[in-house]
Each structure stands twice: as structure tokens, then as C-alpha cells.
Ligand binder design. Structure first.
Ligand SMILES: Nc1ncnc2c1ncn2[C@@H]1O[C@H](COP(=O)(O)OP(=O)(O)OP(=O)(O)O)[C@@H](O)[C@H]1O
Ligand SMILES: [Mg+2]
Length: 251
């Protein structure tokens, strides 16, 4: 009694995933509660982006064993758009350009789709203006085509703008810190922190520096398709200083 109930958002159990017949994830377990920030670190090719994609429902990834529960239900049969409508958000490691689609239109349609109704234009303009100001994004981006000719850092800011507008329940952020200049890193971190209280966050990153600004509750190491080590923020520091060899030696 009097104990805090954990508000479980995501529970991944014994997840095995193959891509075109090649096993990538090999028995991964992970639970994220609302309000928690989890960081996943690991070598290139370990399976981090695969994990984010499979949670979001990317059809190229084949679950061969194990389950993903989101808000208490097995989401195996949910399409990507259904997951998005139910509050899931993925910020891509490599955001794709969408030639011919203006940023303003894209954002309005995304918000309408996820909220289930088009936002009133005047309110949406205000919301957008505030969010863009928070991210120090120039208004001229609204009329440009999505990610077309954007610099690396500009693409990442647009991902965070979507995060701020969509206010997801579960945010999967795949290397959102890569390619950001020092000021942009701080701005993006503030954006993440501003939604983190009501959101479960899974932050995939290679660097400790974002985690100085966005305090993770748990840091995980993904190695060869499994989470092999979990700890507090100090684990990220240790990895930064010592690399991954010692983790490999443990398993
Ligand atoms: N469509 C695919 N076809 C073949 N192999 C794939 C495919 N997608 C992913 N892989 C392989 O799965 C492994 C895991 O890839 P993933 O992108 O999940 O790694 P990552 O941990 O995100 O790496 P990084 O830190 O470089 O982003 C890699 O060896 C990759 O080549
Ligand atoms: Mg990746």
C-alpha cells in the first residue's frame, strides 16, 4: 500500500527478429514504464535500429519468437499507422526526404492523423509557431519539402519538432543526437525533456553527451541482438571511457 504503481508502456519479451532470413535480435527483453527514460547503447550493427523499427511495426522485420506488449496488449497484428495513432513515435536515424511534400502540410497531416481530427488552423499555427521557436527553427522550413536538402542537424530538429507536436506516449529516438552542433544538442535535449514526464523514452545513442542533458533512468547495452547489461547513468560513462570490450568479456 502507498507504493507507486508502475505504469507499464512497453514490454518486450524474448524477442527474436530476422531480416531476410538473417537473425538480428536474439532474445531481447526490455520493459519501459511511463515517465522513464531508457538509453540503449551498443556497437554499430548490434541491432538497435532493428529494435526501434520492429517496435514501430516495420513490415520488413520478421518476429520469429517472443512478444511485444504495448499498453498491456500484444501488438503483433497492429499496423504502423495504428501504433502511431496509439501514441507510438519513431524518430529515424536516417530521416527520409519526401520531395513534393511541404513541411507545414506534412506536420498538419501527421497531427490530424494521430489526433484523429484536423487541428483548428489558427490554434495549430500558434502551436507550430511556439514549437518552432523553442527549437530555434526558422519559419521558412514550413514551405520547404520534407528533409529535401536539409543538413543533418536540420533533419534531426524536424524529428524533434514532430515529437513536440505529437506528444507521444512512447518515443523511440534513434540517434537523434547525431550530427547536431552544440547548441542544437542542448535544444533537442530540452525538447526531449519537455515531453519526458508523460512519455516513455527509448533513446538510442552512441555518445554520453546527450545523456548529460537528458538523464536516463536506465542505460542498456545491446550486444549481438540481446541486452546484456543494464545500469544507471554511470554505465554510459563507463562505456564512453572503456568501450565495449569489457561487456563482451562478461557474456
Ligand atoms: N534489410 C536488411 N537486410 C540485411 N541485413 C540487415 C537489414 N537491416 C538490418 N540488417 C543488419 O542487421 C544488423 C543490425 O542493424 P541495425 O541497423 O539494427 O544496427 P544498429 O545497432 O542500429 O547499428 P548503428 O549503430 O550502426 O546504427 C546489421 O548487421 C545490419 O546489416
Ligand atoms: Mg542504427
Amino acid at each position: 500500500m502507498g507504493e507507486m504503481m508502475s505504469d507499464e508502456l512497453l514490454r518486450v519479451e524474448n524477442l527474436h527478429v530476422s531480416v531476410e532470413g538473417t537473425p538480428i535480435l536474439k532474445g531481447l527483453n526490455l520493459t519501459i514504464n511511463r515517465g522513464e527514460i531508457h538509453a540503449i547503447m551498443g556497437r554499430n550493427g548490434a541491432g538497435k535500429s532493428t529494435l526501434a523499427s520492429v517496435i514501430m511495426g516495420h513490415p520488413a522485420y520478421n518476429i520469429t519468437q517472443g512478444t511485444i506488449h504495448y499498453k498491456g496488449s500484444n501488438i503483433e497484428d497492429m499496423e504502423v499507422f495504428e501504433r502511431a495513432r496509439d501514441g507510438m513515435f519513431l524518430s529515424f536515424q536516417y530521416p527520409a526526404a519526401i520531395p513534393g511534400v511541404q513541411v507545414g502540410t506534412f506536420l498538419r497531416k501527421s497531427v490530424a492523423s494521430v489526433r484523429g481530427e484536423a487541428p483548428p488552423p489558427r490554434e495549430f499555427r500558434k502551436e507550430l509557431k511556439d514549437a518552432m521557436e523553442n527549437l530555434s527553427m526558422d519559419r521558412s522550413f514550413l514551405s520547404r519539402y520534407v528533409n529535401q536538402g536539409f543538413s543533418g542537424g536540420e533533419k534531426k530538429r524536424l524529428e524533434i519538432l514532430q515529437l513536440l507536436l505529437l506528444q507521444p506516449d512512447l518515443a523511440l529516438l534513434d540517434e537523434t543526437d547525431s550530427g547536431l552542433d552544440i547548441d542544437a544538442l542542448r535544444i533537442v535535449a530540452e525538447g526531449i525533456n519537455s515531453v519526458a514526464q508523460n512519455t516513455g523514452c527509448l533513446i538510442i545513442t552512441h555518445y554520453q553527451r546527450l545523456l548529460d542533458l537528458v538523464k536516463p533512468d536506465v542505460v542498456h547495452v545491446l550486444l549481438d541482438g540481446k541486452i546484456v547489461q543494464s545500469g544507471g547513468p554511470e554505465l554510459a560513462l563507463k562505456l564512453e571511457n572503456e568501450g565495449y570490450d569489457w561487456v563482451e568479456a562478461l557474456v
